[in-house]
Design a protein around this ligand. Sequence first.
Ligand code: SF4
Length: 422
Amino acid sequence: MTIIARKQTVAVKIGNVAMGGGAPIVVQSMTNTDTADVGQTVAQVEALARAGSELVRITVDREEAAAAVPLIRAQLDKRGVDVPLIGDFHYNGHTLLASYPECAESLAKYRINPGNVGFKDKRDKQFSQIIEIALKHDKPVRIGVNWGSLDQDLLTQLMNENAESATPKDAREVMHEAMVQSALLSAARAQELGMGADKIVLSAKVSAVQDLIAVYRMLAERSDLALHLGLTEAGMGSKGIVASSAAMSVLMQEGIGDTIRISLTPEPGGDRSLEVKVAQELLQSMGFRAFVPLVAACPGCGRTTSTTFQELARDIQDFIRDQMPVWKRQYPGVENLNVAVMGCIVNGPGESKHADIGISLPGTGETPAAPVFVEGKKVTTLRGPGAADEFKQMVLDYIEQRYGSGARGQNSERNARPTAAE
Ligand code: SF4
């Protein structure tokens, strides 16, 4: 695996979570409940945290929401959910944080959008007020620029300068520059007010993949502050997943990014935790982190008409995901396990040999036998309708034998596989 050198950024501590400065890339998410509804928000934060979100952002848009924040924190603590909460503020953040000090204290970080912190002369004053409150409560901030609410004064000024330039740039490039400047100028202002670089995270979100890549490359070149990556309005379903993964994987491959959020629009009634799962899978498939054992399955083709291998692959994957909260404690290192479920003799044995444990199911016209490989060696051949269940049991036995308490110590080195440089 290629070891990717991460760009060195200033480390920031958000509650108990380390970000930047070489720490593993952090997965975060955002609720879509009304924050004033304590019960619903607690339930969603808990679901996101249990799915693996290491930070959760909640909207703080009005007094009722600000009043609810400490109650949400207290209920989460009571349930043993210690995920840090980030408050998302727009326009009235300065008043809400000042009027609700318990809200300011309960949050682990404040997100400020320099484009809508206030207008004209009020903007600087209101931005400064939030920074002063953050300093008082010793909280970090994310200066989160968004192209949909970009500082219009700054954009106009840059557009005017560009129009007078002898070599004017494309309007898109001016927009990129405005986003980067908005983030950097706000960070400089926060630092003038006494905020350390170790308390600032930057983001500059756009909705088009190429724009996002361009903007973050510029930000990473001009600043060593920790960076939050995210494509805004990524969209629904596969469109949102593909666009976010395409943009963020290019940046992470270049060492850019200290935390990611996949902004998926959920299907009506859909599971909000999907964005956490996608973020984890993106980081794991790139080799940055390991969260759950990987199940490699062949795509299937004309050589197999049976759906057995697809069902078995899905079964194993679901089984592993369901068990992970317990396994994480019971079997340290199990997230590095690779399982292969293959459809026929062509690539089956080869792929299965590369996995820690793999099965090669029979394709059309092949002898109805399924060889099982453990660490590259064929250990048995399963036959008959019970083969799927027997393989599942073999996976369990392998996990127990390799990661269980009896195996720890003797296996500790073997289980600590290198991931891409964190
Ligand atoms: S392993 Fe066999 S069934 Fe699966 S994709 Fe390859 S040739 Fe097709």
